[in-house]
Write a protein of this length. Sequence first.
Length: 224
Amino acid sequence: MQIAPSVLASDFARLADEAAAVADVADWLHVDVMDAHFVPNLTIGLPVVKALLKHAALPLDCHLMIEDPDRWAPGYAEAGARNVTIHAEAAAAPVRTLRAIRAAGARAGLGINPGTAIEPYADLLPEVDMLLLMTVEPGFGGQHFLDLVLPKIRRARALIGDREGSVWLQVDGGVDDDTIGRCAEAGADMFVAGTAVFGATDPAAAVIDLREIALRAVRDAPRS
């Protein structure tokens, strides 16, 4: 069970300090790159990612919510991001781009929006290291978790099948202590949490608590 705190909910003026606050307990630092075109929000881009890479102890998980990821995604991997996720809805040449990300030394992720079916992208699984299911409409942090995505998480876990372990299943959006257990029980094994971590009084303790809830949900899940 991997936890990736999202800096979208952090203080952008103190990014290095915010990253350090969770460095000893989290697995990744999740960075949302938004261009105000693919999603209705504008956040940070490659220059800020490059600066953060110099200070963050955690590997960066860059989630590109942008138009034309085929053009821009390889640059994030080349800069040093360890995982780069593009969206199925935005990529014109997903196989080429996913392979370019891998060739640049990063894990390649494929993101799927809540209203997008997972099944049409099953043939792309050999090209990805992580499948990201959005559990809110992408664009803004602090949204409420969409329960309608839970069946999709289960279907995605079934599609991953014998690739379990080599393909991670990430969920992003509204993940907190009330929802992470349901996601884990449905089959997710990597969790992006923004407000639940950086909105907490003690971000490190929040990460520890979220991981324990996820582990307990899997441990206590009924066996078929």
